[in-house]
Design a protein around this ligand. Structure first.
Ligand SMILES: Cc1cc2nc3c(=O)[nH]c(=O)nc-3n(C[C@H](O)[C@H](O)[C@H](O)COP(=O)(O)OP(=O)(O)OC[C@H]3O[C@@H](n4cnc5c(N)ncnc54)[C@H](O)[C@@H]3O)c2cc1C
Length: 456
């Protein structure tokens, strides 16, 4: 065997697998294969000046490379079992929380010291939310910020680079089962290993689907979250964001009984484009450094769609809606809330006259031509409910960017060790469909690394 362990993907799942393997047993021969660039070479060409929108780079620097999809993210590590994945269903609630705390300690030790850990425990806001039928979920959140998150990744890479073989710009084509171990193929090269950890994240979802098909690993899929990214003056949400930084609030709509939730809150942040398999959707982030902050706060409002038999392709459904917005707007569409409820499109003039400056250059348009009525009604109802705890949320000038889609990878069948039906083949992180966040993906990496290290 070339290696004891090969890790496919250098996102948080893959990085924390490598970190913990070496920590547990410095003699292990570990290699990481990553489709994207090394951290220092990751640069999204959108500069807001010469290049204003996504140009579909061969390897998207936002989604791929050392640090994975999380590298330029807001670096919010939520320590909770209430959202961010269902890792606890596999490894137990206590173990999941303990691993997330361990990941936090490593981040703090590698540059995150001085960043703040927020908590919903004992907050009066919880009571106020529930009085308006809004449900604030419990969590502690470490906010690293995009800038410190980068420093932490840089430090972890420096700690690993002499102990682990990193192969960047090297997408793995296939994984082949050997009599003992696995062989991975990258272009004309092949490498063998005893154990293989697959951690390909959301950008690797199609690849993961193919590999599961080729190796006959059972999977299931039925969920996609659809919605918009809301942007408003930071003052409107400051009561929530000053105390909690990120608040995950769930609301059940009166009209349809659908659950709508806030997601990925970025106080004084920026709205950004996201490219998943060539489809442009919207996301957001913010910096810890006050000099890089904006006047606006953004967050997503998402409606979970659980599609039932006979329809199975929930991601395909989400993709079609995102494509529709790309078709009408040439990318992401932005609309004022006031225009949406009056049934008219936003125009460049209406946006210019608004009392808010958008942080993303998107096409003014009409989201009602893109999102299904049910989802749009859910979002309007949620905005009006949020207006009761954060007055101003339902102002005419509140901006809605569409569409935001959370694609969920199909769930790969694994056991409590996150091992597939084949000995030594593990699937972790967002690529497994089990995790959907930095902390859960990282924790899944530590969990698997400890299971593997115990075998040597
Ligand atoms: C803009 C943005 C902001 C976000 N903000 C937050 C946040 O604040 N908090 C939070 O909890 N989550 C956030 N997320 C989600 C978070 O980034 C992911 O949940 C997390 O990165 C998942 O980690 P992962 O290791 O499973 O996968 P990823 O981070 O997606 O990493 C997978 C890696 O595998 C590589 N890969 C894919 N296929 C192959 C292949 N065939 N061969 C080799 N390599 C391959 C990819 O290039 C990628 O680098 C954000 C995501 C985005 C895009």
């Amino acid at each position: 065997m070339n290696y004891d362990v090969i890790i496919i993907g250098a996102g948080p799942g893959g990085i924390f697998s490598a970190y913990e393997l070496i920590k547990q047993n410095a003699g292990l021969r570990v290699a990481v294969f990553e489709a994207g660039h090394a951290l220092s070479k990751r640069k999204c060409p959108i500069d807001g000046d010469k290049i204003k929108t996504c140009i579909n780079c061969k390897s998207c620097s936002i989604m791929s490379g050392f640090g994975g999809a999380g590298a330029f993210s807001d670096g919010k590590y939520n320590i909770t079992n209430d959202f961010g994945g269902t890792l606890h269903e596999y490894i137990g609630k206590e173990q999941a929380l303990s691993l997330m705390r361990y990941v936090d300690e490593i981040n703090v030790a590698h540059g995150g010291q001085g960043t703040r850990l927020y908590s919903t425990a004992g907050t009066a806001l919880k009571k106020e939310c529930i009085q308006h039928d809004l449900h604030l979920l419990d969590a502690s959140v470490r906010h690293l910020g995009t800038d410190i998150n980068y420093v932490v990744l840089e430090n972890i890479f420096n700690a690993l680079k002499d102990k682990v073989d990193f192969f960047f710009d090297t997408p793995v084509d296939t994984v082949v089962r050997l009599e003992k171990g696995y062989e991975i193929h990258c272009g004309n090269d092949a490498h063998t290993c005893d154990k293989c950890i697959i951690s390909v994240g959301r950008s690797g979802s199609k690849w993961m689907e193919r590999i599961c098909g080729e190796l006959a690993i059972p999977t299931s899929s039925n969920r996609v979250d659809l919605g918009v990214r809301v942007e408003l003056p930071a003052e409107v949400f400051s009561r929530l964001t000053d105390e909690l930084y990120e608040s995950k609030i769930v609301y059940c709509t009166k009209a349809f009984g659908d659950k709508v939730r806030t997601f990925c809150m970025n106080p004084k942040g920026s709205v950004i484009n996201e490219n998943t398999n060539g489809i442009i959707t919207v996301n957001g982030h913010s910096y810890e450094d006050p000099a890089k902050q904006t006047q606006n706060t953004n967050f997503a409002l998402l409606v979970s769609m659980h599609l039932s038999e006979p329809f199975k392709d929930s991601n395909g459904y989400g993709e079609s809606i995102a494509r529709l917005s790309n078709m009408l707007g040439g990318g992401v569409i932005v609309q004022r809330f006031g225009d949406l409820v009056r049934g008219r499109r936003s125009t460049p003039n209406r946006l210019k006259e608004a009392f808010i400056t958008p942080t993303l250059q998107a096409t003014p348009g009409d989201l009602s031509l893109v999102l299904p009525k049910r989802i749009l009604d859910d979002i309007i109802e949620m905005i009006r409910a949020l207006d009761k705890v954060a007055p101003g949320t339902a102002n005419d000038d509140t901006l809605l960017y569409g569409v935001e889609v959370k694609f969920y990878n199909m769930e790969v069948k694994v056991n409590a060790d996150l091992e597939t039906c084949y000995d030594g083949l593990y699937v972790i992180g967002d690529g497994s469909g089990i995790t959907h966040s930095l902390s859960h993906a990282s924790a899944s990496g530590v969990h698997v690394a400890r299971r593997i290290a115990a075998q040597y």
